[in-house]
Design a protein around this ligand. Sequence first.
Ligand code: SF4
Length: 327
Amino acid sequence: MIVLWRVSNHCNLACPFCAYDKRLELPREEVAPDRVAGFIDLLGAWRTATGRPVLLSWLGGEPLLWGSRAEMDARAAARGLDLSLTTNGTRLGSPTVRAELVRRYREVTISVDGTADFHDAMRGWPGAFAKLARTVPALVAEREAAGAPLRVRVNIVLMRDNVAGFASLCRTLAAWGVDEISFNQLGGRDRPEFYPDHRLRPGDVARLVEEVPRLQAELARMGTRLVGGAAYLRRFADSVAGRALPITDCRVAETFLFVDEAGRIAPCSFALEHFGVRVDDLRSPEDLDALPQRLMSHQRTRAPRDCADCPSTQQFAKFEPMAPLAA
Ligand code: SF4
């Protein structure tokens, strides 16, 4: 079970495609630590009762700015939960932060969208790429020295502005020593004003379909896995062609749950209000065990509006290894 928890919508960067860009005036919130502590205890009890592993993954905003993280990490680790987070990388210059990640975490995903000319401007962080070019390899080296099981992944947001540099960026990231590279296409829900002029076009996706399998083989020889199954690229092609993908039988919650800073829980971040379930409503491992079925039944009988064109990357094998693509 993967639980992706958006613990805070505070961020220290200014990305024009993101809902939590620091320039936006919006209520900035963090999840209450006692709410997280209670759910960690429940996940630990569920793990013991079922024997199934749990990956608890912090998301933001920027989760490395979240003041309760270290305390919650210790609590989760004591209950046998694996830890993960997604970061913009601004805190990776701290040896203390890197040491915590190496010691406690299974997985760290760092957002990098291009080389210096593109990434620094897109993230509103001058010198970002040069700093990451030092701190990401340092994290990998410290992981190696410790013999720790930490997986270092980079995620790339693809848009028409950076797709031509995708292969070159992947080679650079492989040279940094990252274990895995994932990617997603720019979405339009967070910042509809940015989307039309930057979204992928059919020609961009055709380029990816041709490029990615070769690139995957090349990166594998460098020790880096490029993930994203064939179904995932077909989803890109459908999106750019304007073909909606309705889901009437959503099974995402069988393996994945999303929680927000208010403690709402759903199969994805797009339908939190619709399901009306909060982590506080779940009191026993049996409640948690029954949750996927409860969410699935609800989705089948009263589907959220977003299911008419599901935007969830979990639905389309984002993290599957690339298989040969059909012609
Ligand atoms: S939007 Fe997608 S992931 Fe979310 S509930 Fe609907 S089908 Fe499931």
